[in-house]
Write a protein that binds this ligand. Structure first.
Ligand SMILES: [Zn+2]
Length: 345
């Protein structure tokens, strides 16, 4: 890690995101109001992912990558699904992030929701991307949408590529996580873990997404109770990791008033184990003391410059590699195309 001044941090890491949801704000209302997490998936996200094509995936990823720089986040671990545009989708995301200058780790969320053919296509996309040298993991949607055979195939593919599996675990589902037992290794990312028992026995890093969990009313994972390392993600609600840090802190305090900002900062710091290059990125902030005890209670902090791999990619409120207003305008147009496709479903 490089020597940092008091107003600097390494590049922040988002350990779980969905870049495909970047254009979702303002989307048409679902046909009926979802009343629980299952209905939120059915009526919102599993309609949106079916409406995506490679073009809207690219603009969504660029829009979020731009937001990442604006928030001092230099590395994103993404979990992607687009059942009607699977092949090539991970390369589209990787290229979009590279254009803006943000590091990304890609995975395609394999699932049996679209039959054996859909699962095979998802497996093939992970294999294709990793075989071509892409930075990524093998994605698995969640045990509750996958057969035992699909889970085993994802674990096997990951082993062959020397990477972990990136999978949602016990988010709203209570009794399907056991089917992952025997497959997990330390390089897996276990997203949420809300309903995992303390002694679940799964290996890997638990990624805590407190705002998403509250938004979906699935409960609090209280990640301190696990022996696993803990990291922080946004689950697709933006990519502002200082904001997620503050939410994680206040959520932990709600349960236990002795919880400290240092604990939550350590969770954020786990991101540098998952994405080591980001530890050498340098973000300079408009706040003089980037100390966890300050940051837990200070809002509206933003970067004045972002250096990724020795290149300044954000300075004076604007990206240096791309035209920010143009990306925002084209992303807004792509969002309208996506909403039209959604309305046709
Ligand atoms: Zn997620």
């Amino acid at each position: 890690m490089v020597e940092l001044a008091a107003d600097q941090t390494p590049g922040l890491v988002c350990a779980h995101n969905h870049l495909y949801s970047g254009l979702a704000r303002g989307m048409p209302a679902p046909p009926q109001t979802p009343t629980d997490f299952g209905e939120i998936l059915d009526l919102v996200w599993w309609r949106l992912d079916r409406a995506l094509d490679l073009d809207t995936i690219a603009w969504s990823a660029k829009a979020v990558a731009l937001n990442a720089l604006e928030a001092g986040c230099t590395a994103i671990i993404d979990h992607h699904e687009s059942p009607n545009a699977i092949e090539g989708s991970l390369s589209v995301i990787a290229e979009a992030c590279a254009e803006v200058g943000v590091r990304v780790n890609c995975a395609y969320g394999i699932t049996d929701r679209h039959g054996a053919e859909g699962a095979a296509a998802g497996l093939a996309e992970n294999d294709r991307f990793l075989s071509a040298g892409g930075r990524g993991m093998v994605g698995l949607h969640a045990a509750f949408t996958c057969s035992d055979e699909t889970i085993a195939a994802a674990a096997d593919l990951a082993r062959r590529h020397g990477v972990g599996v990136h999978v949602h675990v016990a988010e709203g589902d209570v009794d399907t996580w056991q089917r992952l037992s025997g497959h997990t290794t330390d390089d897996w990312l276990l997203i949420h873990g809300v309903h995992l028992p303390d002694d679940h026995g799964l290996a890997g890093t638990i990624v805590h997404n407190p705002r998403s969990n509250m938004n979906n009313s699935v409960g609090y994972s209280n990640p301190r109770r696990f022996p696993n390392p803990v990291a922080l993600g946004t689950d697709g609600i933006g990519v502002d990791m200082l904001e997620e840090f503050r939410i994680a802190f206040v959520k932990a305090r709600e349960l236990d008033v002795t919880a400290t900002p240092d604990l939550i900062w350590a969770w954020l710091g786990t991101g540098w184990k998952l994405f080591p290059e980001a530890a050498d990125d340098v973000v300079t902030w408009n706040y003089p003391t980037m100390d966890p005890w300050h940051l837990a209670y200070t809002t509206q902090i933003c970067p004045t410059s972002v250096d990724i791999g020795g290149e300044i990619v954000w300075a004076d409120g604007a990206p240096t590699k791309v035209d920010g207003p143009e990306i925002r305008a084209k992303s807004a147009e792509a969002a309208q195309r996506l909403f039209t496709a959604l309305n046709r479903l």
